[in-house]
Design a protein around this ligand. Structure first.
Ligand code: BGC
Length: 479
């Protein structure tokens, strides 16, 4: 108690005097108590009971729920929201939760045009306080492995394996992120982390490229992902979802099983083993539709199975939902927990608008049937850059289908996938011909045209024309 004694005299008996009662920090969960007594000759004594609100234990409760999206609201990134709202009609979606991409070390601190991690979490606390008793989930993309995006160029990062990149990834990137996320004031938020887009799948399918081979031989991708999982899983209110490509990449048996094996061996080597993973995400920043409504993998045309068509090309999946659910089952067989949940990025896989087929084709020619029936209007399912004709997909929501934790919008609609021609920049972004509408392809897209929109800025920058087309071709349509 401070001060420890007080004296009232005939001169000041009438003036209030303050007493501060404090409790030392302890480790128990019991509320401390004290009694302050006042006595004066000739008067009946008075006492005040004081109770401390102990700050140990689960108040507020820090829990790790099975599905962080269940019953929660999503964090609205004000930086993205402002840009979306400034576009005609953009108001309709400007309050939707999108991913916060920590795509370089400097993104942790932020800049004048994009707030950093702490500022996002502080804003998340404000949004959480304003939404009543519902929890708030903020999605943070962890995306800075050395030799990042080793099979493409438009999102190459700042770190290189040959230049001490793995150590820098650990100490200058993951450590500060984990330190901020672990601050006790953020303990009431649900922080969902999306871990390293396209990284481990590149070790399965793209070893003919030197940067991917180096990522494999050096162990940098596997060790980097393990390090991220160890640090992030250790924080009770952080959730981890590893990126698992999409059906048009891993859907063939030659890629599907080996990818699941690589995920399993990677995660088995973390401190907490399979416990360190809450789930996986597919279709991040990609365009694969959830469902092809007019055919399934079992459809036949003129006695030929759909798998034989040029479009499906012997894949075992024709759409993303079937792939995500099947991949989850395989992951569980490989040792992952039976309650892992899948996320699917539906920000740009809507394929609505005038070009969307309303009914299956009546053609009896297999390729004609598939090309006229498919809602995915890409030239090839391996195309990934600023796809012309795409629309916003399902709005984010929890528990949308068996095995899925949520549909999410990780790639913020309106942010470019890469520039359509070389643009000098200081973000480590390269130029990938897959973003050039004139490019005629490589073996990863079956030597097809790129299907990219023209005049795009570098990846991550605002691409107004694309945003407008996404709005226009939204499916389900906007209200
Ligand atoms: C870019 C990032 C960007 C993200 C979201 C990625 O392709 O490389 O810089 O933050 O997309 O738009």
């Amino acid at each position: 108690m401070s001060p420890s004694t007080l004296t009232f005299t005939t001169a000041n008996w009438n003036t209030a005097q303050n007493v501060t009662v404090s409790a030392a920090q302890d480790a128990d969960e019991a509320n401390g108590t004290a009694t302050v007594a006042a006595a004066a000759t000739g008067h009946t004594g008075a006492s005040v009971a004081v109770t401390e609100a102990d700050d140990d234990g689960d108040t507020p409760p820090i829990t790790h729920v099975d599905n962080p999206y269940d019953g929660a609201d999503g964090y609205v990134n004000p930086d993205w929201s402002t840009k979306a709202a400034a576009e005609p009609g953009g108001d309709a979606i400007a309050d939707i939760s999108t991913g916060v991409w920590l795509d370089r070390i400097a993104a942790i601190a932020g800049s004048s045009s994009a707030r950093g991690l702490r500022a996002h979490l502080d804003e998340a606390l404000v949004q959480d306080a304003a939404n009543g008793s519902r929890p708030l989930t903020i999605q943070v993309v962890i995306y800075n492995l050395p030799n990042r995006d080793c099979s493409a160029l438009s999102s190459n990062g700042e770190l290189l394996i040959a230049e001490n990149g793995l150590n820098r990834y650990k100490t200058e990137y993951i450590d500060p992120i984990a330190a901020i996320m672990g601050e006790s004031k953020y303990a009431g938020l649900r922080i969902s982390t999306i871990i390293e887009i396209d990284s481990l799948p590149n070790l399965v399918t793209n070893l003919n490229l030197a940067k991917c081979q180096e990522a494999k031989d050096s162990g940098a991708y596997v060790n980097g992902v393990r390090y991220a999982l160890d640090k992030l899983h250790a924080i009770k209110n952080v959730y981890t979802y590893i990126d698992a490509g999409h059906h048009g990449w891993l859907g063939w048996d030659s890629n599907f099983g080996p990818s699941a094996d690589l995920f399993a061996s990677t995660v088995a080597g973390t401190a907490a083993g399979f416990d360190s993973v809450d789930g996986f995400i597919t279709n991040t920043a990609n365009y694969s539709p959830l469902r092809e409504p007019h055919f399934t993998i079992n459809t036949t045309v003129n006695n030929q199975n759909i798998r034989q068509s040029e479009w499906v090309d012997w894949n075992f999946y024709v759409d993303e939902l079937s792939f995500a659910q099947a991949f989850r089952n395989t992951l569980i067989q490989k040792g992952f927990k039976s309650n892992i949940g899948m996320l699917v990025d539906t920000s740009r896989n809507g394929w609505g608008g005038a070009a969307r087929p309303a009914a299956p084709s009546t053609s009896t020619d297999l390729n004609t049937f598939v090309d006229q029936s498919r809602v995915d209007r890409r030239y090839h399912a391996g195309n990934w850059c600023n796809q012309s004709g795409a629309g916003l997909g399902e709005r984010p929501r929890a528990n949308p289908a068996t095995g899925l934790d949520a549909y999410v919008w990780i790639k913020p609609p309106g942010e470019s996938d890469g520039s359509s021609k070389p643009i000098p920049n200081n973000e480590g972004k390269g130029f990938d011909e897959m973003c050039d509408p004139a490019y005629e392809g490589n073996e990863r897209n079956g030597h097809n045209r790129s299907g990219a929109l023209p005049d795009a800025p570098i990846s991550g920058q605002w691409f107004s024309a694309q945003f407008r087309q996404l709005l226009q071709n939204a499916y389900p349509p906007l209200p």
